[in-house]
Design a binder for this molecule. Structure first.
Ligand code: CAA
Length: 260
């Protein structure tokens, strides 16, 4: 696909995906959602050697300032529901991607931007990053999973408050609430995210994929997470990497994982 709004660079086996609509504070228009779908649904799964993905926004001001409000005018109920459905599908692709996806949040992460960051497995926030779900200011609610994922990170009490007041919080408060993993100086977001992926890349890839799958299971309605864990544990036991990891421990050496 010829990407218009995503810039994709590769560094040390890691894809750095930059949402590049700086003049609109990287707002997610339909084209950008389609490009994210293509990257996480088609491009990235074909890259066997890929270690992980860093997702960030162009410029210093915004990670992503939300869904593109200019596309909201005159939306019917059916069109609005379809828009939310399309966004949710793409964000599930990110959440279920079998390799680590880390949001490097460099500025405003509002509405769909906060939701995008929450769909990633980990979040690194620059000290000027700001988070919020201001949709009620527009007469809307979050549509890309925000009402569900915010509760997962900060609990119902704070989620209700943030969703109903539209308050925007800074990086340190987001960290205290458990919304982000770490806060770093401005400009260090991407390098920190890369460092996290490199650290994860020293572990067995199939085990990492099973962690992602099993943790996600906890949040799926009606799912049996403990049963899933038993199955995934068994599947890990059936891998070459498990034998290598156990042998390396007993032989007091570093493991050499191959991803099989
Ligand atoms: N969609 C489209 N354009 C946007 C945008 C958005 N979400 N956010 C910012 N922009 C545009 C502005 O319209 C402006 O464009 P012009 O220069 O052409 O006027 C440009 O980006 C710069 O923005 P501001 O001049 O507003 O910058 P600021 O520093 O004064 O304010 C801000 C920054 C607080 C982030 C403010 O832009 C803002 O409140 N943006 C909207 C945030 C929002 O409501 N997000 C939720 C969207 S709805 C959603 O996401 C629903 C969902 O879950 C699916």
């Amino acid at each position: 696909m010829d990407y218009q709004n995503l810039q994709i660079q590769h560094q040390d086996g890691i894809a750095i995906v930059t949402i590049s609509r700086e003049k609109a504070l990287n707002a997610l228009n339909a084209q950008t959602i389609q490009e994210l779908r293509h990257f996480f649904g088609t491009d990235a799964p074909q890259q066997a050697e890929l270690l992980g993905v860093v997702l960030t926004g162009a410029g210093e001001k915004a990670f992503v300032a939300g869904a593109d409000i200019t596309e909201f005018k005159d939306l019917s109920a059916a069109e609005g529901a379809a828009l939310a459905q399309r966004g949710q599908e793409v964000f599930f692709l990110i959440e279920r991607f079998p390799k680590p996806v880390v949001a490097a949040v460099n500025g405003f992460a509002l509405g769909g931007g906060c939701e995008l960051a929450m769909a990633c497995h980990l979040r690194v926030a620059g000290e000027k990053a700001r988070f919020g779900q201001p949709e009620v200011n527009l007469g809307l609610i979050p549509g890309y999973g925000g009402t569900q994922r915010l509760i997962q990170y900060v609990g119902k009490t704070k989620a209700m408050e943030l969703l109903m007041t539209a308050d925007i919080i800074g990086a340190n408060e987001a960290h205290q609430l458990g919304l982000v993993n770490t806060v770093v100086p401005l400009g260090a977001e991407i390098e920190t995210a890369i460092g996290l992926i490199k650290k994860i890349a020293t572990k067995a890839p199939l085990a990492i994929a099973k962690i992602i799958e099993t943790v996600n299971t906890y949040f799926e309605p009606g799912s049996a997470g403990f049963v899933k864990e038993v199955d995934a544990f068994g599947e890990c036991c059936n891998t070459v990497d498990f034998r290598e990891g156990a042998a390396a421990f007993l032989e007091k050496r570093a493991p050499n994982f191959k991803g099989n």
